[in-house]
Each structure stands twice: as C-alpha cells, then as structure tokens.
Ligand binder design. Structure first.
Ligand code: ATP
Ligand code: MG
Length: 810
C-alpha cells in the first residue's frame, strides 16, 4: 500500500529513510546519541512488514533489555497492529533461552533446565572451589567467576582454558571452570554466559539446526551493537549466515545500529571492534551515518561533543541539532554528599512548583548503586516520589530467592544449588553435617543430590542418624505433596501459596516481631501477585495469538519469491507452555535492571499520580533512555571517573564514554554536581572535581555554587563549626573512630601516584574545612595512607592522603 509506507517514512530525515528502506547487503548504522538509531530500527521493522510484505515470523530483533524489547514491540504494533506478535523481539539471553529450550534434545539435555544468575553462579563456584581445596583468600569466588565469564564471552571452553592457561591463576580458573561445568550439567542448569555460548555451539555443530533458523529469520536487527561481546557477535553471524555459510540459504538481511562512543560494557567483554570491523566481518556491508540529533539542546550536545572528543583513537563525528541553545548546564559544588542530594531534591521541587517539569520528567544518575542511599533518605524526608532502578532489587531479596528456589526445585529436581538452598529453610532439622553426608553419598554413588536425598529418606544411607533421616523424610514428603500440585496443573500462583503455607515459611515470618520480617511477608504476597499476573497475561496472549490465523506461520505462503516460507513453528518441542511454571521461572530469571524503569508518563499501570515519580539509576542503566531533566551527580575524580580508572587510560576512556552517555540522556536541562567530601564506606573522603568538568567549555556552564578558593574561606563555609555539624550528622564524629581502619580501605585501590601529602605524627596542618589540626597517628602507606588528625573543636577526623587533599602541612 504505497500510501501507508509513505507515512512510515514521512517523519524521517533522508539518511534515516535510506536506512529504513535499505535492501540486501548487511547494513551498519553508526551515529551519535539521540540521532534516531533506535527509531530507525523500529521503523525498519514496520517498513518490512508494511511495505515489503515480510512476515513477522521472519523477523528477529535484539535489544539490550527486556524493557527495550517490550517498547519496540509496542511501537511496531502501534504501526502494524497485532501482526507483530509473531516477531521475535528480545534480548540476546531471552532469544537463546528460547532456542535452547526448543533444541534441548539435540544438545542432549532436558528442556526444563534452570538458569543460574550471577548469585547462583557465585554460590556454585564457591562450593566447587572449596571442594578443590582452593584458598578463598588467594582465589576469591568473585575472581574465579569473572575469569570463567570472560572465557565464555570469548567462546573458550574449559579444555581450551586449560591449554591456554599461562599462569597459576589461569590454571586454577581452568580447573574450577571444568568442575563448575560438570556441576552445572549435573544440575541441569546453565549460567547467563552459557546461554549465548551453547547457542553458538548449537548453530556451529549442527548444520541442520543452523539451516532451520536461517531459513526462518530472514531479517536480523540488533540495537546497541557497540555493546556486543565476541560470543554475541558470533551468534549474530551464525544466525544471519554469510555467503560462505554453506547451508545453501542466502544470508539474512542484517541491520545493526550502534555508537562506538557509547560502549560501556567492556567489563562484560563488550568490544567496539564489532562496530569498527563490521565491514571486514561482513564484506560488502553498507554503512550509513546519522548526524542530526533530535533529543537535546545545542548546549547539551556541545558539552557531550567536547567531552568525548578527548578520547583517543575515535572516529570524530559531529552531532548537530536545530533545536536551539536552550538553558545553560547548571553546575553545583556541595559541601558533602548530603548537601548534594538536598540540592537535587530542592531543585526538582522548584521545577515542579514552577510547572517546568513533572517528577516523571526527571532522572538522577550516579556512578555506582551505593550512591542512591543518600538520595533516597532526602527524597523520603521531603516526600518526593521516586523510584530506584537497580540496587537490591525485588528478585534479589532473600525471601523472594528462597521462594524461587522452591519453584525451581519443583520444575527441575536436578537443580542442586536451589535444592540445597531450601533444604533446611525454614529450619527443619537437616543440619550441615547431614547435608554433607548426603552430598558425599551422591558423589560416591554417582547419583544426583536429589536422588541421594530420596535414598536417605528411605533409610538408604546408614551413616545418617535417625533424627536427620526423619527430617529428610519429612522434607521429601513435603516436596512430593507440592509436586502433585504442579503435576495436576495448578496455577503458578497457587503452587507458590502452597509453598509458603505448607513449608511454614510464611508463618515463621508472620510470628516474628522483627519489622524487616513484616516487609518480607509483603514481598511474599507481592510475588504471588506477580505470578498471578503472569498467568493472566500469558493466557491473554495465547488467546490473542490463536485468534488471529493470519499470524500463524504455516498459512504464510512464499509471497516474496526470493525468500522461502519459514517452516512452521513446532509448537511442541521444548518451549514451556504459556503460563506454566517453567515459563514463569524463565521470565523471572531474565528480568534485567532496566525492566523496572517506570514509563515516562508515570507508569502505564496507573499506580502513580499524574506527576509520576523521579527515577534514580546508575549511568549504565540509563543507556538508550532520555529525560527532559537530568541530574548527573558525584562528578568527582575517584567517583566519576571511577577510582579504578584513574591510572588506566583504557578504563578512563570507558568512563568518558559513560559521561557522554550521561550527558546525552538530557533533552532540555542538565545539572552536574559534585561534593567536596563524600562518605565512602563509612569514611569521609575528599575528592577533587571530576576532570570531565574541565572538558566542558566554560561558557556552557552556569555555576550555581562554586567551591571557595583555598585563600578566602568566607560565609561560614569551610569553618570548623560547619564541618563538625555535618560530621556528626553523618556519624563521623569522634565516636565513629572505631569504625575506621576497617578492611574496606581497599577503597583507595587505583590511586597509584596521586598521594598528595606525607605526614608524620605531630605535624601541624591546616585543612580547608576543619581548620587547624595536629596529626595524632598515621596508618598505611602509598595509596592507602591515612592520618588521624585532631582538629580541636571539630574533633578527630581520619583522612585519606590521596587525591588533592584540601589540606596543607604547616
Ligand atoms: P541513543 O544513542 O541514546 O540510543 P538513538 O540514536 O537510538 O539514541 P532515538 O532514541 O532513536 O536515538 O531518538 C532520539 C529522540 O529523537 C527520540 O525521542 C526520537 O523519537 C527522536 N527522533 C529521532 N529521529 C527523529 C526525526 N527524524 N524527527 C523527529 N524526532 C526524531
Ligand atoms: Mg537508541
């Protein structure tokens, strides 16, 4: 329908239009922030469906979060209606789960595998390392986990890791890796990285499987391509196929969009190589550049351009906008982190009072999750509605994880990590020793932990004392009871309620008078609600899908001569039934941080009042989003850029990209602030201003409050009194001395050569904030050097002697 696709192209600029209508060879769209990359991707899908008669089932679109996937699906269905249901729009991980469940047989595993998140992974690695007698101080589980994850991101398996190991740590990692995989397989589980790696393996080892998916998905689209790692890149290539793939299927049309300047996941193995060498990876690829920004004011853009221009080895691209200069960027220097948060809160209130912004228009960014607490305290005190994205999330709470562990055990008895988690939760008399006896028995007999447990219940493990045996028998009976509910097809929510009741878990919390337990009970209820909604939604979707025959793939003829009809979706194989327990667990395992971001209009569920809520999140989580008003906080060297990056050019470049992401989220107003003193893990530390401030042209910044120059300390600012007040408030007075010297001083790591001051006991000093003082003791050396200084009226304060300490030796 020519009229319709004209409409699809109307509000695009010529370059965007080219990208939307491009046909044939692989297409790369590279462009700076806010230039419409995501819009192009969405519109391209609509155009494929509306103007090129592509069947929705032939489209695979990959986004960075489930939230982005849902949004993209919504936008496409606004444009083309319900036909969009048959598309695959998902994250890499969700897509892989879907493929792996269908192809489980080929990989000789059960389709009901569990997905271990990073917490489960760490638990299992801890167990493995303990069994291998590794010293946890020398080889912390975290280090081992990161090592294994990096290998998987590079598609290196345990054997490969062993043969390439070049030092002691690498050899240990390889050793743990091998045993960890064995245990995962035993538990019929996969971790996040396995999802990608196993899918790649599947496509590489089984040509007929690869051919199936290549025939099926004739269009592969990827957003945020700059944050793909090697495994994901390989997956895209295997899925789309190349001229030389040898399956006889011509390659799919591939369209990826990204911005090398926004690559911020190097720590997860992401590499901008994938963008930079796209044309080498896909010979005859076509590249389109977008240069007009539709999101921000010129002021905001100029600041972003100036900052990112400092990064070495990048392709310069000039973003422009015709939306005018707009307001200047507001800069603010606060005395401490509490004052910074107060400034932000007051400013948000003022904007709302003047009708210049709704709460929902505002986002507050910080570098790391732990910085949210101070904001939360102030926001709560002022009654400012807010929501924190990330941090200790609902699904990470202990009680929620316990419940999910029960459900996982019901779905997959081989899931040993989950089984051992709940074996004695709530306490039912199965102690560590009994658990160890069962585990050893399982090892020796080469049976699963679950099977050993059943033998134990029947008296098959003589080593167990009768009391333990009885407790285990009770547990197995309970387990069987619950299994019966699952088997007769009870709804997930009902099973969950039964778990909460019959285990006594809920009753125990209800009887407790610890206020925390009351909120735990609420979370249990909340989880039941989540399950209830999940089932209702699944049923709705299933009805919608079966009610629209034109969407089912088998009715799709080969309308496009060049593209053969995709084979019918084999509904049976491995895909968890809509609304089932495995489907629920799958959904829950894959919720990412960004999925809890409220929609800009204050939540489509209508739970929030009209003005909505302020959103608090880390800069990482903010990628791809936009807000009319943005507060970038904690712009201090050692915070943002992160201290880890200060001595490391590659890390610093990554931090600068992060700053670029932060700045470019703002549409109309941008605030950038820092605190002169900040409490970090219980210690006050003074950080110099972020170097990124200096990189923004001065004329773009309007300093609402600047730090006092070191000579003139007027207006009560920097007086010992003021310091005492906040010090006490924040709990850093003399009384807090005992908390100092905690092992957390590793905080200083990375401050290689920035030690500013060498002090000895008895030295006299003058501090910008605390005034005159005498050094009473010193501790640590180099980057860990600290001094405890008696400032008389201001009390004793322990200070780190790193960075540019606002203090001189007299
Ligand atoms: P990021 O790099 O941050 O992911 P992006 O390149 O994906 O940004 P989009 O989010 O697609 O950019 O677009 C930024 C904003 O500009 C959105 O609000 C979008 O609707 C708007 N926009 C994009 N192209 C146009 C256009 N041609 N006309 C009007 N508005 C546009
Ligand atoms: Mg985008």
């Amino acid at each position: 329908v020519p009229g319709r696709h004209a409409e699809l192209l109307e509000d695009l600029n010529p370059a965007q239009r080219d990208a939307v209508t491009h046909t044939g060879v692989p297409l790369l769209v590279v462009a700076g922030a806010g230039s419409g990359k995501t819009r192009v991707l969405t519109r391209r899908i609509a155009y494929l469906l509306g103007a090129r008669d592509v069947h929705p089932g032939q489209i695979m679109a990959i986004t960075f979060t489930n939230k982005a996937a849902a949004e993209m699906r919504d936008r496409v269905s606004e444009l083309v209606g319900r036909r969009s249901n048959a598309m695959w729009v998902s994250t890499f991980h969700s897509m892989c789960v879907r493929i792996l469940r269908r192809e489980a047989k080929t990989l000789e595993m059960s389709s009901s595998f569990s997905i271990y998140d990073s917490d489960d992974t760490k638990r299992l690695i801890t167990l493995v390392a303990r069994d291998l007698d590794l010293d946890p101080k020398r080889y912390p589980a975290r280090t081992l986990a990161v090592g294994i994850s990096n290998l998987k991101n590079e598609l290196v398996d345990a054997d490969g890791a062993a043969s390439r190991a070049a030092n002691d740590l690498e050899r240990r990692v390889a050793e743990v890796y091998a045993e960890y995989q064995r245990r995962l397989a035993q538990a019929n589980a996969m971790d996040f990285d396995d999802l990608i790696m196993r899918t790649v393996e599947l496509l590489q080892v089984f040509p007929d499987v690869a051919e199936y998916y290549r025939r099926r998905f004739r269009h592969v689209l990827v957003d945020e391509y700059q944050d793909t790692n090697h495994a994901q890149y390989t997956l895209v290539r295997e899925l789309a196929g190349t001229e030389t793939s040898g399956t006889g299927v011509p390659p799919a049309e591939l369209c990826v969009v990204g911005d090398a300047d926004q690559s911020i996941y190097a720590f997860r193995g992401a590499t901008i190589r994938n963008i930079e060498e796209f044309e080498r990876d896909f010979p005859n690829a076509h590249t389109i550049l977008l240069e007009q920004n539709y999101r921000s004011t010129q002021t905001i853009l100029s600041a972003a351009n100036a900052v990112i221009a400092r990064n070495p080895n990048r392709r310069d691209k000039r973003l422009w906008t015709d939306s005018g200069d707009g307001e200047k960027i507001v800069g603010y220097v606060a005395d401490n982190d509490h004052d910074e948060a107060a400034f932000v809160a007051n400013e948000i209130d003022a904007l709302a009072d003047r009708g210049e912004a709704n709460y929902a228009d505002v986002a507050v960014f910080y570098r790391t999750n732990n910085q949210s607490r101070v904001f939360e305290e102030i926001f709560i005190r002022l009654g400012l509605p807010y929501r924190v994205v990330g941090g200790v999330r609902f699904y990470e709470r202990r009680e929620v994880r316990d419940m999910l562990a029960y459900l996982r055990v019901l779905a997959n008895p081989e899931d040993t990590v989950s089984l051992r988690r709940i074996l004695n939760v709530p306490k039912r008399g199965i102690g560590d020793r009994a658990e160890a006896v069962v585990a050893t028995h399982a090892e020796r007999e080469r049976i699963s932990f679950a099977a050993a447990l059943r033998q134990a219940a029947g008296g098959g493990i003589p080593l167990l004392n009768p009391r333990s045996q009885k407790a285990i028998a009770g547990f197995v009976a309970l387990w069987d009871d619950l299994l019966e509910l699952v088997e007769r097809g009870d709804e997930v929510a009902d099973v969950l309620e039964a778990v909460q009741e019959r285990t006594g878990y809920r009753a125990e919390l209800e009887e407790s008078d610890d206020p925390q337990d009351a909120s735990r009970v609420e979370n249990l209820t909340e989880l039941v609600t989540v399950a209830r909604e999940f089932t209702e939604f699944a049923v709705e979707v299933a009805n919608a899908e079966s009610g629209s025959p034109e969407d089912t793939e088998d009715t799709d003829g080969a309308e496009d001569g060049a593209e053969s009809a995709p084979p019918a979706e084999d509904a049976a194989a491995g895909v968890p039934a809509a609304g089932s327990l495995p489907a629920f667990l799958e959904r829950v395992s894959l919720v990412a941080d960004a999925d809890s971001i409220p929609s800009p209009d204050g939540g489509e569920d209508g739970e929030e009042q009209d003005a909505g809520v302020v959103t608090l999140m880390t800069v990482h989580t903010a990628k791809g989003l936009e807000y009319p008003v943005v507060f970038g906080t904690g712009w201090e060297d050692g915070v943002f850029p992160h201290m880890r990056a200060l001595g490391d050019p590659a890390e610093l470049a990554e931090e600068r990209r992060l700053a670029y992401v932060a700045i470019t989220r703002a549409r109309q107003r941008l605030y950038l602030s820092r605190a002169m003193v900040r409490s970090a893990w219980g210690q006050p530390s003074s950080n110099p201003p972020s170097r990124f401030f200096d990189e923004i042209p001065a004329e773009l910044l309007d300093w609402r409050r600047e730090e006092p120059s070191s000579s003139g300390m007027g207006g009560g600012f920097g007086s010992p009194r003021a310091a005492t007040t906040w010090g006490r408030k924040a709990g850093f007075g003399e009384s807090a001395q005992s908390g100092f010297g905690s092992p957390k001083t590793s905080f200083n790591k990375g401050w290689k050569d920035t030690v500013a001051l060498k002090l000895d006991v008895g030295d006299r000093v003058s501090h910008d904030k605390y005034g005159l003082g005498t050094v009473v003791s010193t501790d640590g050396t180099g980057p860990r050097a600290t001094a405890t200084i008696d400032f008389g009226g201001s009390g004793k304060v322990r200070l780190m002697l790193i960075g540019s300490v606002p203090m001189v030796k007299l």
